[in-house]
Ligand binder design. Structure first.
Ligand code: NI
Length: 226
C-alpha cells in the first residue's frame, strides 16, 4: 500500500529545518548504501550521527507519533531514525530496492524494513524533476508532495528518484518495522480502522461499532509481532 500522509510537519517546522539544512555541510549519499545502491545513487546526505540529523529526526518522529492517519496505516513498531538528503544539479538515485534489514546507528538494534518513508521538505514549485517513482503491479507511480507531507510505501518495491534539473530537492527519509509484517494484512486493518472512524463520526458510538472495534483489535492481536 502506498499512502500520502499530509501535514506531518507544520510550515514553521519545515522553515526551521530548511534554514538549518541549507547552511549545513553535506556528505556523499553513497556512504549509507550497499554495492548495488552505490552504483546508482548520486546525491548528498547529512552525516548520520550529526546534531542536526538527531535533532530534526526527533522532531519528525514526535510528529508522527501523534498523527492518527500515519499510525493507522503504518502500525509502527520501531524506526531507523530519519536521515536527510539533497539532490540538485542533475543528481538522481537510480532504480533500486531498499535493504531488508538495517541497524539503528549507535545501538545493537536491527530491524526489518517493512515500510519506507519520504518526507518532503521543499515545495514542488521550487525544483524540477526529483519525483520519487515507485513501481508496483499497477505500474509506476510518480510522487512529488508539498513540503511537510510524507509518502509511505512498501520497502519491498523497486523505486528511484528522477534527476533534479532545477533547484534543490530536500527530503527526510527513513524506514520502519511495522507491528504487522504483511502488507495486505496491514492494508486491511487500515481500511477497517478508517471505516470505523467514519462510522463513529456519522452515528456516534453504538453496540455495532463496539463489536467492529473489538474485531479490529482481535485481528491486530492475531497478526502483530512485538
Ligand atoms: Ni530507496
Amino acid at each position: 500500500m502506498m499512502l500520502h500522509v499530509p501535514g506531518v510537519l507544520t510550515p514553521s517546522q519545515v522553515a526551521e529545518i530548511r534554514e538549518a539544512l541549507d547552511a549545513a555541510d553535506w556528505n556523499d549519499g553513497r556512504e549509507t548504501v550497499g554495492a548495488q545502491g552505490a552504483q546508482v545513487k548520486r546525491n548528498r546526505q547529512l552525516p548520520e550521527s550529526g546534531p542536526l540529523t538527531q535533532r530534526f529526526g526527533a522532531v519528525i518522529l514526535a510528529a508522527l507519533e501523534t498523527h492518527p492517519l500515519f499510525v493507522s496505516a503504518a502500525l509502527p513498531l520501531r524506526y531507523v531514525p530519519p536521515l536527510f538528503n539533497r539532490y540538485e544539479g542533475g543528481e538522481q538515485y537510480g532504480l533500486h530496492v531498499d535493504g531488508a534489514v538495517r541497524g539503528v546507528p549507535g545501538t545493537s538494534l536491527r530491524l526489518r524494513t517493512d515500510l519506507s518513508c519520504t518526507l518532503f521538505l521543499a515545495d514542488p514549485g521550487d525544483y524540477d524533476g526529483g519525483e520519487l517513482e515507485v513501481l508496483d503491479t499497477y505500474g509506476a507511480h510518480e510522487v512529488k508532495l508539498p513540503a511537510g507531507d510524507l509518502i509511505l510505501y512498501p520497502s519491498s518495491s523497486l523505486h528511484r528518484v528522477l534527476p533534479v534539473t532545477r533547484g534543490a530537492r530536500v527530503c527526510s527519509f527513513f524506514w520502519l518495522q511495522s507491528l504487522v509484517r504483511d502488507d495486505a494484512q496491514r492494508g486491511m486493518l487500515f481500511e477497517l480502522d478508517q471505516t470505523i472512524q467514519r462510522l463513529r463520526e456519522q452515528h456516534g458510538d453504538n453496540a455495532e461499532l463496539l463489536a467492529l472495534t473489538g474485531h479490529y483489535h482481535n485481528l491486530l492481536r492475531m497478526w502483530s509481532e512485538v
